[in-house]
Design a protein around this ligand. Structure first.
Ligand code: N1C
Length: 260
């Protein structure tokens, strides 16, 4: 008796975002016409290059080379003293930059703007995108999305100049993790010739008791990595400007009250 025919590989993650082409093209045009007018980029060429990076390929075998042409086409300079990196503070970091108005996260650059919150992958047996499923990061590390974020993050960190700000989450067990994109890619690609100082802001969930996360052992590890790269380090718990954003939703919290 023979085994039933093998099923097509099904990944555990959600499939390619529907209308991916329209979303990426639309975001690219929005970016060059409205977000950063004056930036000259060929959005149609960017889409074709993006598609070429992963179409007809095993989504678990994507390499940096696949995305290299796209990264070269889409990268652009950013001003000094405006870079904000983050890890496990996605929502707060973006809420803050939106209101604060001058700091930029990767999602404020073309590469981050186009790919924010979308998923994509192809399959070796088809020239179509896989709308059924895509690999999750725990199924394979070199999947089409992770490689994209790692490369875009590397380029973003390399391009940084002046003071670099970093928002970390003090309400999780290790605010700094070597395995995060921030810990494995970004800190290692800041250029000490252009970046004199990294300022860490460790934020805590406003509804919890705050603690001194700057003295946490994971932050000490981070300090030695940064100083070892000849970049000065500073760390602050619950940076006040960012706390104001947290206070909007929790105005009655103790940390948010002006008197008593
Ligand atoms: O692994 P992380 O955080 O430390 O990555 C965050 C770090 C930021 O400084 C960004 O510049 O790396 C960059 N980055 C993104 O901008 C981004 N947007 C969306 C990295 N990852 C990004 N994502 C998705 O979130 C992506 O799918 C990636 O795997 C997660 C990482 O989030 P994290 O663990 O909080």
């Amino acid at each position: 008796r023979r085994d039933p025919p093998a099923e097509l590989p099904q990944w555990k993650g959600g499939g390619t975002t529907h209308n991916l082409k329209e979303i990426i093209l639309g975001r690219c045009f929005t970016y060059i016409r409205m977000v950063n007018p004056g930036l000259r980029k060929d959005c149609l060429k960017i889409w074709e290059t993006f598609e070429n990076a992963f179409i007809s390929k095993n989504p678990c075998n994507i390499t940096e080379q696949d995305y290299q042409p796209l990264m070269e086409l889409a990268a652009h300079p950013i001003l000094c003293n405006k870079t904000l990196l983050w890890s496990k503070t996605n929502e707060l970091a973006h809420q803050y930059t939106k209101v604060q108005g001058s700091l930029l996260t990767l999602e404020d650059t073309l590469l981050g703007y186009m790919a924010d919150k979308v998923t994509w992958c192809g399959s070796p047996s088809s020239t179509e995108m896989n709308y059924q499923s895509c690999p999750r990061w725990n199924e394979c590390t070199n999947n089409s999305n992770t490689i994209y974020w790692k490369m875009a993050s590397k380029i973003f960190a390399e391009a940084a100049c002046g003071v670099v700000y970093v928002m970390l989450n003090g309400s999780i067990s290790q605010p700094f993790r070597n395995s995060s994109i921030f810990g494995s890619v970004e800190i290692h690609h800041l250029n000490p010739e252009k970046v004199p100082l990294v300022k860490i802001w460790v934020m805590h969930n406003i509804e919890e008791q705050s603690s001194d996360s700057c003295s946490d052992s994971s932050i000490k590890d981070l300090k030695s990595i940064i100083e070892g790269r000849n970049i000065a380090f500073s760390c602050e718990n619950d940076h006040r400007d960012v706390q104001f954003i947290q206070c909007v939703r929790n105005p009655e919290q103790k940390a948010c009250r002006i008197c008593g």
